[in-house]
Design a protein around this ligand. Sequence first.
Ligand SMILES: Nc1ncnc2c1ncn2[C@@H]1O[C@H](COP(=O)(O)OP(=O)(O)OP(=O)(O)O)[C@@H](O)[C@H]1O
Ligand SMILES: [Mg+2]
Length: 347
Amino acid sequence: MTAQETPPPLPNHSARSEAAHSKATNTKAKFTTVRDELNQSLAGHQKLIERLLVAIITGGHVLIEGSPGLAKTRTVNQFAQLLDAAFARVQATPDLLPADLTGTNIYQQHTGTFNFVAGPLFNNIILFDEINRAPPKVQSALLEAMGEKQITAAGKTYLLQSPFMVVATQNPIEHEGTYPLPEAQLDRFMFFVDVAMPTPELEHQILDIVLSESQIVSGNNPVTTIHAVLNADDIQAAGQTASTVFISDAVKDYIVRLVTATRGYGNAGDEARAVEHAASPRGSIFLARAAQARAWLNDRDHITPEDIQVLAPDILSGRIILNYHAQARGITARQVVHRILEHTAVV
Ligand SMILES: Nc1ncnc2c1ncn2[C@@H]1O[C@H](COP(=O)(O)OP(=O)(O)OP(=O)(O)O)[C@@H](O)[C@H]1O
Ligand SMILES: [Mg+2]
Protein backbone atom coordinates (compact mmCIF):
# COMPACT_ATOMS: atom_id res chain seq x y z
CA MET A 1 0.00 0.00 0.00
CA THR A 2 1.23 3.49 -0.75
CA ALA A 3 0.39 6.61 1.16
CA GLN A 4 -1.39 7.99 -1.87
CA GLU A 5 -3.67 5.00 -2.28
CA THR A 6 -7.15 5.80 -3.45
CA PRO A 7 -10.12 5.51 -1.12
CA PRO A 8 -12.56 2.61 -1.46
CA PRO A 9 -15.45 3.15 -3.92
CA LEU A 10 -18.41 5.00 -2.51
CA PRO A 11 -21.59 3.02 -1.87
CA ASN A 12 -24.50 3.36 -4.31
CA HIS A 13 -26.15 6.74 -4.15
CA SER A 14 -29.69 6.80 -2.88
CA ALA A 15 -31.96 9.85 -2.94
CA ARG A 16 -31.16 10.33 0.72
CA SER A 17 -27.43 10.34 0.25
CA GLU A 18 -27.89 12.80 -2.68
CA ALA A 19 -29.68 15.17 -0.28
CA ALA A 20 -26.97 14.71 2.34
CA HIS A 21 -24.35 15.32 -0.33
CA SER A 22 -25.89 18.60 -1.46
CA LYS A 23 -26.20 19.76 2.15
CA ALA A 24 -22.54 18.98 2.69
CA THR A 25 -21.64 20.95 -0.45
CA ASN A 26 -23.63 23.87 0.88
CA THR A 27 -21.87 23.68 4.25
CA LYS A 28 -18.51 23.53 2.51
CA ALA A 29 -19.38 26.64 0.48
CA LYS A 30 -20.08 28.50 3.72
CA PHE A 31 -16.72 27.48 5.14
CA THR A 32 -15.05 28.68 1.95
CA THR A 33 -16.83 32.02 2.29
CA VAL A 34 -15.59 32.38 5.87
CA ARG A 35 -12.03 31.53 4.82
CA ASP A 36 -12.13 34.01 1.91
CA GLU A 37 -13.63 36.83 3.98
CA LEU A 38 -11.01 36.41 6.69
CA ASN A 39 -8.19 36.28 4.17
CA GLN A 40 -9.44 39.51 2.64
CA SER A 41 -9.30 41.43 5.87
CA LEU A 42 -6.15 39.86 7.33
CA ALA A 43 -2.85 40.07 5.49
CA GLY A 44 -0.71 36.95 5.56
CA HIS A 45 -2.74 35.00 8.12
CA GLN A 46 -3.80 32.10 5.82
CA LYS A 47 -2.23 29.51 8.08
CA LEU A 48 -3.83 30.81 11.28
CA ILE A 49 -7.19 31.06 9.51
CA GLU A 50 -6.98 27.46 8.31
CA ARG A 51 -6.02 26.26 11.78
CA LEU A 52 -9.01 28.09 13.30
CA LEU A 53 -11.36 26.50 10.77
CA VAL A 54 -9.94 23.02 11.33
CA ALA A 55 -10.17 23.51 15.10
CA ILE A 56 -13.80 24.60 15.05
CA ILE A 57 -14.72 21.63 12.83
CA THR A 58 -12.94 19.12 15.07
CA GLY A 59 -13.71 20.64 18.48
CA GLY A 60 -10.07 21.65 19.01
CA HIS A 61 -8.49 24.59 20.83
CA VAL A 62 -5.74 26.89 19.58
CA LEU A 63 -2.78 28.54 21.29
CA ILE A 64 -1.37 31.47 19.35
CA GLU A 65 2.11 32.67 20.09
CA GLY A 66 3.14 36.04 18.77
CA SER A 67 4.30 39.53 19.64
CA PRO A 68 1.75 42.26 20.36
CA GLY A 69 0.04 43.99 17.44
CA LEU A 70 0.01 41.12 14.93
CA ALA A 71 -3.79 41.02 14.62
CA LYS A 72 -4.41 38.08 16.93
CA THR A 73 -7.42 39.76 18.52
CA ARG A 74 -8.66 41.02 15.17
CA THR A 75 -8.47 37.53 13.65
CA VAL A 76 -10.38 35.78 16.43
CA ASN A 77 -12.88 38.62 16.70
CA GLN A 78 -13.74 38.50 13.02
CA PHE A 79 -13.77 34.71 13.00
CA ALA A 80 -16.32 34.72 15.84
CA GLN A 81 -18.43 37.29 13.99
CA LEU A 82 -18.54 35.15 10.85
CA LEU A 83 -19.86 32.31 12.96
CA ASP A 84 -23.19 32.74 14.59
CA ALA A 85 -21.35 32.39 17.87
CA ALA A 86 -21.25 34.02 21.27
CA PHE A 87 -17.80 35.47 21.79
CA ALA A 88 -15.98 36.56 24.93
CA ARG A 89 -12.52 37.95 25.47
CA VAL A 90 -10.67 37.58 28.74
CA GLN A 91 -7.43 39.35 29.53
CA ALA A 92 -5.45 37.21 31.96
CA THR A 93 -3.95 38.97 34.96
CA PRO A 94 -2.25 37.55 38.06
CA ASP A 95 -5.26 38.42 40.23
CA LEU A 96 -7.80 36.63 38.01
CA LEU A 97 -9.95 34.09 39.89
CA PRO A 98 -11.50 30.86 38.55
CA ALA A 99 -14.93 32.38 39.17
CA ASP A 100 -14.03 35.21 36.78
CA LEU A 101 -14.08 32.55 34.07
CA THR A 102 -16.73 30.14 35.24
CA GLY A 103 -19.21 32.46 36.91
CA THR A 104 -20.45 32.56 40.46
CA ASN A 105 -23.49 32.65 42.71
CA ILE A 106 -24.60 36.19 43.36
CA TYR A 107 -26.98 37.17 46.12
CA GLN A 108 -30.20 38.72 44.84
CA GLN A 109 -31.42 41.15 47.44
CA HIS A 110 -34.99 41.43 46.17
CA THR A 111 -35.59 37.67 46.25
CA GLY A 112 -33.21 36.76 49.07
CA THR A 113 -31.74 33.94 46.97
CA PHE A 114 -28.46 33.18 45.23
CA ASN A 115 -28.51 33.13 41.44
CA PHE A 116 -25.78 31.69 39.26
CA VAL A 117 -24.34 34.32 36.97
CA ALA A 118 -22.51 32.57 34.14
CA GLY A 119 -18.95 33.66 33.35
CA PRO A 120 -17.23 34.05 29.97
CA LEU A 121 -16.70 30.29 29.55
CA PHE A 122 -20.41 30.00 28.75
CA ASN A 123 -19.76 31.41 25.29
CA ASN A 124 -18.90 29.57 22.07
CA ILE A 125 -15.54 31.16 21.38
CA ILE A 126 -13.31 32.44 24.13
CA LEU A 127 -10.23 34.50 23.40
CA PHE A 128 -8.01 34.17 26.44
CA ASP A 129 -5.28 36.77 26.05
CA GLU A 130 -1.89 36.20 27.68
CA ILE A 131 -2.87 32.87 29.18
CA ASN A 132 0.47 32.54 30.95
CA ARG A 133 -0.35 35.56 33.11
CA ALA A 134 -3.24 33.66 34.70
CA PRO A 135 -2.50 31.94 38.01
CA PRO A 136 -2.49 28.10 38.07
CA LYS A 137 -5.99 27.81 39.60
CA VAL A 138 -7.46 29.77 36.71
CA GLN A 139 -5.47 27.73 34.21
CA SER A 140 -6.87 24.54 35.71
CA ALA A 141 -10.47 25.84 35.55
CA LEU A 142 -9.82 26.46 31.88
CA LEU A 143 -8.31 22.98 31.57
CA GLU A 144 -11.47 21.33 32.85
CA ALA A 145 -13.54 23.36 30.42
CA MET A 146 -11.29 22.53 27.44
CA GLY A 147 -10.96 18.85 28.16
CA GLU A 148 -14.42 17.98 29.45
CA LYS A 149 -16.57 20.71 27.82
CA GLN A 150 -18.09 21.21 31.24
CA ILE A 151 -17.26 23.27 34.29
CA THR A 152 -17.80 23.10 38.01
CA ALA A 153 -18.78 26.35 39.60
CA ALA A 154 -20.22 27.05 43.02
CA GLY A 155 -20.42 23.30 43.66
CA LYS A 156 -22.43 22.45 40.52
CA THR A 157 -21.42 21.02 37.18
CA TYR A 158 -22.59 22.78 34.04
CA LEU A 159 -22.33 21.61 30.44
CA LEU A 160 -20.83 24.16 28.07
CA GLN A 161 -22.27 25.23 24.72
CA SER A 162 -21.42 23.67 21.41
CA PRO A 163 -19.34 24.72 19.56
CA PHE A 164 -16.89 25.51 22.31
CA MET A 165 -13.44 26.71 21.42
CA VAL A 166 -10.69 28.36 23.41
CA VAL A 167 -8.19 30.49 21.53
CA ALA A 168 -5.43 31.51 23.91
CA THR A 169 -2.55 33.86 23.21
CA GLN A 170 0.94 33.96 24.62
CA ASN A 171 3.63 36.56 24.13
CA PRO A 172 6.95 34.82 23.46
CA ILE A 173 9.17 37.65 24.65
CA GLU A 174 7.74 38.50 28.05
CA HIS A 175 8.34 35.99 30.79
CA GLU A 176 8.39 38.11 33.90
CA GLY A 177 5.42 37.56 36.19
CA THR A 178 4.13 34.64 34.14
CA TYR A 179 3.05 31.13 35.07
CA PRO A 180 4.20 28.74 32.35
CA LEU A 181 1.40 26.41 31.35
CA PRO A 182 1.70 22.92 32.82
CA GLU A 183 2.21 20.07 30.35
CA ALA A 184 -1.27 18.72 31.02
CA GLN A 185 -2.73 22.05 30.01
CA LEU A 186 -0.69 22.28 26.83
CA ASP A 187 -1.77 18.82 25.73
CA ARG A 188 -5.36 19.96 25.57
CA PHE A 189 -4.65 22.38 22.76
CA MET A 190 -4.86 21.00 19.26
CA PHE A 191 -2.74 23.70 17.59
CA PHE A 192 0.23 25.82 18.58
CA VAL A 193 0.44 28.55 15.97
CA ASP A 194 3.33 30.97 15.63
CA VAL A 195 2.42 34.37 14.26
CA ALA A 196 5.44 36.04 12.70
CA MET A 197 6.25 39.71 12.05
CA PRO A 198 5.04 40.76 8.58
CA THR A 199 7.38 41.26 5.63
CA PRO A 200 7.50 44.73 3.99
CA GLU A 201 5.06 43.49 1.34
CA LEU A 202 2.57 42.32 3.97
CA GLU A 203 3.05 45.54 5.94
CA HIS A 204 1.88 47.43 2.80
CA GLN A 205 -1.18 45.20 2.59
CA ILE A 206 -1.94 45.76 6.30
CA LEU A 207 -1.77 49.54 5.82
CA ASP A 208 -4.04 49.34 2.79
CA ILE A 209 -6.57 47.17 4.62
CA VAL A 210 -6.66 49.31 7.74
CA LEU A 211 -6.66 52.67 5.93
CA SER A 212 -9.54 51.60 3.72
CA GLU A 213 -11.68 51.01 6.76
CA SER A 214 -13.92 53.53 8.39
CA GLN A 215 -11.99 55.94 10.57
CA ILE A 216 -14.25 55.39 13.50
CA VAL A 217 -12.95 52.23 15.00
CA SER A 218 -13.85 50.69 18.28
CA GLY A 219 -10.87 48.75 19.51
CA ASN A 220 -9.69 46.62 16.63
CA ASN A 221 -13.08 46.45 15.03
CA PRO A 222 -13.91 48.70 12.19
CA VAL A 223 -17.49 49.83 12.47
CA THR A 224 -18.76 47.62 9.70
CA THR A 225 -21.16 44.81 10.26
CA ILE A 226 -19.84 41.37 9.56
CA HIS A 227 -22.68 38.98 8.86
CA ALA A 228 -22.58 35.53 10.37
CA VAL A 229 -22.18 32.84 7.71
CA LEU A 230 -22.00 29.63 9.72
CA ASN A 231 -24.21 28.45 12.54
CA ALA A 232 -23.84 25.67 15.11
CA ASP A 233 -25.63 23.15 12.85
CA ASP A 234 -23.23 23.84 9.98
CA ILE A 235 -20.27 23.33 12.28
CA GLN A 236 -21.66 20.07 13.60
CA ALA A 237 -22.46 18.85 10.08
CA ALA A 238 -18.93 19.73 8.94
CA GLY A 239 -17.49 17.81 11.88
CA GLN A 240 -19.56 14.77 11.01
CA THR A 241 -18.64 14.80 7.33
CA ALA A 242 -14.96 15.47 8.06
CA SER A 243 -14.83 12.49 10.42
CA THR A 244 -15.71 10.22 7.49
CA VAL A 245 -12.77 11.40 5.35
CA PHE A 246 -10.77 8.33 4.37
CA ILE A 247 -7.48 7.72 6.11
CA SER A 248 -5.41 4.88 4.67
CA ASP A 249 -3.41 2.40 6.73
CA ALA A 250 -0.24 3.87 5.22
CA VAL A 251 -1.12 7.40 6.40
CA LYS A 252 -2.08 6.07 9.83
CA ASP A 253 1.27 4.34 10.01
CA TYR A 254 3.00 7.60 9.00
CA ILE A 255 1.25 9.45 11.84
CA VAL A 256 2.25 6.75 14.34
CA ARG A 257 5.87 6.81 13.20
CA LEU A 258 6.05 10.62 13.50
CA VAL A 259 4.48 10.76 16.95
CA THR A 260 6.43 7.82 18.35
CA ALA A 261 9.66 9.32 16.96
CA THR A 262 9.29 11.90 19.76
CA ARG A 263 9.52 8.88 22.13
CA GLY A 264 12.75 7.65 20.59
CA TYR A 265 11.34 5.07 18.14
CA GLY A 266 12.33 4.92 14.48
CA ASN A 267 15.20 6.61 12.67
CA ALA A 268 14.94 10.08 14.17
CA GLY A 269 17.26 9.04 17.02
CA ASP A 270 19.34 12.21 17.26
CA GLU A 271 16.30 14.44 17.25
CA ALA A 272 14.50 12.32 19.82
CA ARG A 273 17.45 12.61 22.19
CA ALA A 274 16.62 16.32 22.60
CA VAL A 275 13.14 15.44 23.84
CA GLU A 276 12.54 15.22 27.56
CA HIS A 277 8.76 14.93 27.45
CA ALA A 278 7.32 13.22 24.36
CA ALA A 279 3.98 13.67 22.60
CA SER A 280 1.03 11.75 24.06
CA PRO A 281 -1.53 9.82 21.97
CA ARG A 282 -3.47 13.08 21.73
CA GLY A 283 -0.74 14.02 19.23
CA SER A 284 -1.75 11.19 16.87
CA ILE A 285 -5.47 11.68 17.41
CA PHE A 286 -5.31 15.42 16.77
CA LEU A 287 -3.10 14.89 13.70
CA ALA A 288 -5.56 12.42 12.20
CA ARG A 289 -8.67 14.49 13.01
CA ALA A 290 -7.12 17.76 11.89
CA ALA A 291 -5.92 16.17 8.64
CA GLN A 292 -9.46 14.90 7.96
CA ALA A 293 -10.87 18.41 8.43
CA ARG A 294 -8.11 19.94 6.29
CA ALA A 295 -8.76 17.42 3.52
CA TRP A 296 -12.48 18.16 3.67
CA LEU A 297 -11.87 21.92 3.53
CA ASN A 298 -9.71 21.31 0.45
CA ASP A 299 -12.38 19.26 -1.32
CA ARG A 300 -10.77 15.88 -0.84
CA ASP A 301 -12.35 12.70 0.48
CA HIS A 302 -9.03 11.27 1.68
CA ILE A 303 -6.00 12.42 3.63
CA THR A 304 -2.64 12.78 1.91
CA PRO A 305 0.79 12.72 3.60
CA GLU A 306 1.02 16.42 2.75
CA ASP A 307 -1.86 17.14 5.18
CA ILE A 308 0.17 15.47 7.91
CA GLN A 309 3.40 17.28 6.98
CA VAL A 310 1.71 20.67 6.91
CA LEU A 311 -0.10 20.17 10.22
CA ALA A 312 2.51 18.25 12.26
CA PRO A 313 4.66 21.25 13.32
CA ASP A 314 1.64 23.15 14.68
CA ILE A 315 0.27 20.06 16.42
CA LEU A 316 3.38 18.37 17.79
CA SER A 317 5.67 21.29 18.67
CA GLY A 318 3.58 22.34 21.67
CA ARG A 319 3.35 18.85 23.11
CA ILE A 320 7.02 18.02 23.34
CA ILE A 321 9.38 19.53 25.86
CA LEU A 322 13.09 19.60 25.17
CA ASN A 323 15.73 18.68 27.69
CA TYR A 324 18.02 21.19 29.30
CA HIS A 325 20.92 20.53 26.91
CA ALA A 326 18.83 21.14 23.82
CA GLN A 327 17.28 24.27 25.32
CA ALA A 328 20.71 25.59 26.30
CA ARG A 329 21.81 25.12 22.68
CA GLY A 330 18.89 27.24 21.56
CA ILE A 331 17.08 24.38 19.80
CA THR A 332 13.31 24.78 19.61
CA ALA A 333 10.59 22.13 19.72
CA ARG A 334 9.45 23.28 16.28
CA GLN A 335 12.92 22.62 14.84
CA VAL A 336 12.90 19.13 16.36
CA VAL A 337 9.53 18.38 14.76
CA HIS A 338 10.84 19.59 11.39
CA ARG A 339 13.86 17.31 11.73
CA ILE A 340 11.67 14.37 12.68
CA LEU A 341 9.63 15.08 9.53
CA GLU A 342 12.81 15.12 7.44
CA HIS A 343 14.02 11.82 8.88
CA THR A 344 10.75 9.89 8.82
CA ALA A 345 9.97 8.13 5.57
CA VAL A 346 6.49 8.79 4.20
CA VAL A 347 5.94 5.12 3.38
N1 LIG B 1 -1.90 40.88 9.27
C1 LIG B 1 -2.74 41.91 9.52
N2 LIG B 1 -3.83 42.09 8.75
C2 LIG B 1 -4.68 43.11 8.99
N3 LIG B 1 -4.54 44.00 10.00
C3 LIG B 1 -3.47 43.86 10.80
C4 LIG B 1 -2.52 42.80 10.60
N4 LIG B 1 -1.56 42.90 11.55
C5 LIG B 1 -1.89 43.94 12.32
N5 LIG B 1 -3.05 44.53 11.89
C6 LIG B 1 -3.69 45.71 12.50
O1 LIG B 1 -2.91 46.04 13.65
C7 LIG B 1 -3.72 46.40 14.74
C8 LIG B 1 -3.46 45.53 15.95
O2 LIG B 1 -4.16 44.30 15.86
P1 LIG B 1 -4.63 43.47 17.15
O3 LIG B 1 -5.00 44.37 18.24
O4 LIG B 1 -5.60 42.47 16.68
O5 LIG B 1 -3.25 42.77 17.53
P2 LIG B 1 -2.95 41.73 18.70
O6 LIG B 1 -2.06 40.72 18.09
O7 LIG B 1 -4.21 41.26 19.32
O8 LIG B 1 -2.14 42.62 19.73
P3 LIG B 1 -1.97 42.43 21.32
O9 LIG B 1 -1.05 41.24 21.50
O10 LIG B 1 -1.33 43.71 21.74
O11 LIG B 1 -3.31 42.21 21.90
C9 LIG B 1 -5.15 46.35 14.25
O12 LIG B 1 -5.56 47.63 13.86
C10 LIG B 1 -5.07 45.43 13.04
O13 LIG B 1 -6.03 45.78 12.09
MG1 LIG C 1 -4.90 41.38 21.30
